[in-house]
Design a protein around this ligand. Sequence first.
Ligand code: HPA
Ligand code: ZN
Length: 332
Amino acid sequence: MTDRIDPALPKAELHLHLEGAAPPAFIRALAREKSIDIHKIFDESGGYAYRDFWHFLEVYEAACTTLQGPEDLRRLTLAVLEDRAEDGVVYAETFLSPDFCGGGDLAAWREYLHAIREAAEQAERTMGITLRGCITAIRHFGPEKSRRTALCAAETVGDFITGFGIAGDEKAGHPRDFTWAFDCAREAGLRLTAHAGEWGGPESVRATLDHLKVERIGHGVRAIEDLALVERLAEDRVVLEVCPGSNVALGVYPSFARHPVARLRDREVVVTLSTDDPPFFHTTLRREYDALAAAFGWTEDDFRAINADAMRAAFCDEATRERLLKTIEGRA
Ligand code: HPA
Ligand code: ZN
């Protein structure tokens, strides 16, 4: 029996959807306040209920209908950061979707962002957790919306909004449909990541690298099906934001033991660990670490090294990176 990993180990989490991290009780309370009937998205124990990934996206979007103004996002950000701080996270990046914050309208987005930022600053003061935002287009909303999202990102890039990416249904469209959005974000100085290699195979990861020129890939795990691609990822130091519990919960892999994260790491791909949408997948980073320790015999030193790699790949300024690397490496 593998020992549990120290729950207080300082952690860096790069792949976390803000709306997807909403506790179900939080969304239920908002729905009640606003008389929105979304009882169908919950199971009898009060958790989110979904059948598969595509249904998960529908349930996710239904939950987002309760988020109707900046004040809701302020409360959500605080609730999510409280949970992450309790999980030992010292640095988090969160995907933020202007599509769910004012429908992609720039003036509305600025108001939502102001509230999210204020909550992040409060959490940093009171809980010692640092947050940065990565604006995210939703792939199945199409290329036109992705351009509006990229413009929101380009207009609000700064010391808090540091990244741009794309999530949603990987089977919708092709990466080349989104080059305008990614070029726009890159030219504005944003750093880039994209979901790929979760529901699409190695060809999806290749096309994402070729067309969107990202430095990190969200998931990317199905690259394991093509060892030449694995070599390319390792050689080019492309960072994978791996979310094993998400992949197991959604049925990409049947178990932690069968998950390719250890094989990717053995082949010198830079892997980082995140929870994706923790309440949907009944996970936390602590649970991920314990499950990975049990499956692969990984020790505290492995997790410390993975967290240091995550901090090196973080979309933040150098002073923040150096400060938090010290914490993660136990030099603080
Ligand atoms: N994949 C794609 N889109 C998403 C996810 C995910 O894991 N979580 C929230 N949106
Ligand atoms: Zn994701």
